[in-house]
Write a protein that binds this ligand. Structure first.
Ligand SMILES: Cc1ncc(C[n+]2csc(CCOP(=O)(O)OP(=O)(O)O)c2C)c(N)n1
Length: 331
């Protein structure tokens, strides 16, 4: 891979700002969950923030983003307002999905953020369909689909990769390879653990990048997006990353060695980027402190907004719910 391009201070600060917003949002979600204010499933992204921050920095407003249930960071980096995200986490009507989706189903059509998909690999065919529509209507948009490496063992990955390559669709597949699908290591679910090689087997253009390095992700995503937007067809980008927390809040983490987690934590995408910016003169200690304070304030405001939000009345709960009359449904 070519030598990394230098970052200008404004770009570097914008990236650090996103990293800090995502980290603080996630830490708050963990605390609110423990306090019983957020319920249901909660999959934290802590450790993987560089992927969402670097990737979304290279997208245009008209591009589309699909993600998984570990999508809080992508929604934030995509520009979905934090107030609406936190209200959604709290199940309030002011949430971006009206309080009906929760953590796994964040959605914002206006920002072209199409979830929040709970089914592993479920967004892949949707993204390919979007890309097909863009191709048929000659729109110069890129559809991005983010998923974990566990999705690559699913049939939907096969179908999506095959059709995307066969039809030359403008879709960017971004695989967040954090090595584990719940408690299953990549080597226990894939016969081919070289994910770029697997992508190549479908004739997808592909590359791999250090997903702990936000500048590297930004650069690799920029090249991948340019390839797709320029008519080069689909692209597969593997981001090698690691989740520092458990799979979800209900995971005793018996499948991985605490030493392995500790080693990856030394590569924290925020700490390493702050140190790099210190050395490069992108910021001084006061700048970093004020970015942290800004992120704290935004999160505190979002929590206040979420707590003050309203619960959907029982009377409207069946609205927009489909139940087949053939099965006796009345909604
Ligand atoms: C089709 C399907 N099978 C199983 C599950 C249960 N499940 C939820 S998350 C998960 C692991 C997915 O791992 P990966 O795709 O690597 O993403 P990560 O959670 O590591 O971000 C599984 C098996 C599901 N949601 N959907």
């Amino acid at each position: 891979m070519s030598a990394p391009q230098a970052l200008d201070p404004d770009t570097a600060r914008a990236l650090l700002r996103q990293l800090l917003r995502i980290r603080r949002f996630e830490e708050q979600c963990a605390a609110s969950y423990s306090a019983g204010a957020i319920r249901g499933f909660l999959h934290l992204y802590i450790g993987e923030e560089a992927v969402a921050a670097g990737l979304c920095a290279m997208l245009r407003e008209e591009d589309a983003v699909f993600a998984t249930y570990r999508e809080h960071g992508h929604a934030l980096a995509r520009g979905v307002p934090m107030r609406g995200l936190m209200a959604e986490m709290y199940g309030k009507q002011e949430g971006c999905s009206g309080g009906r989706g929760g953590s796994m189903h964040l959605f914002d059509v206006g920002r072209r953020f199409f979830g929040g998909n709970a089914i592993v690999a479920g967004a892949l065919p949707l993204a390919v369909g979007f890309a097909l529509a863009d191709l048929l209507q000659s729109r110069p948009h890129v559809t991005v689909c983010v998923f974990g490496e566990g999705a690559m063992a699913e049939g939907e990955f096969h179908e999506a990769a095959n059709l995307a390559a066969l039809w030359g669709l403008p879709v960017l597949f971004v695989c967040e390879n954090n090595l584990y699908a719940m408690g299953t290591h990549l080597a226990r679910s894939e016969s081919e653990t070289d994910l770029v090689a697997k992508a190549h087997s479908y004739r997808l253009a592909a590359a791999s990048v250090d997903g702990m390095d936000v500048a590297a992700v930004r650069e690799a995503a920029g090249a991948a997006v340019a390839h797709v937007r320029g008519g080069g067809g689909p692209f597969f980008l593997e981001c090698r990353t690691y989740r520092f927390r458990a799979h979800s809040m209900f995971d005793p983490e018996l499948y991985r060695d605490p030493g392995e987690v500790a080693t990856w934590r030394t590569r924290d995408p925020i700490a390493t980027f702050v140190a790099r910016g210190d050395a490069a003169g992108w910021w001084n200690a006061d700048d970093v402190t004020s970015l942290r304070t800004e992120a704290d304030a935004e999160v505190a405001d979002a929590v206040t907004h979420a707590e003050a939000g309203t619960w959907e009345p029982v009377a409207t709960l069946t609205q927009d719910v489909y139940a087949s009359p053939a099965l006796g449904g009345r909604a």
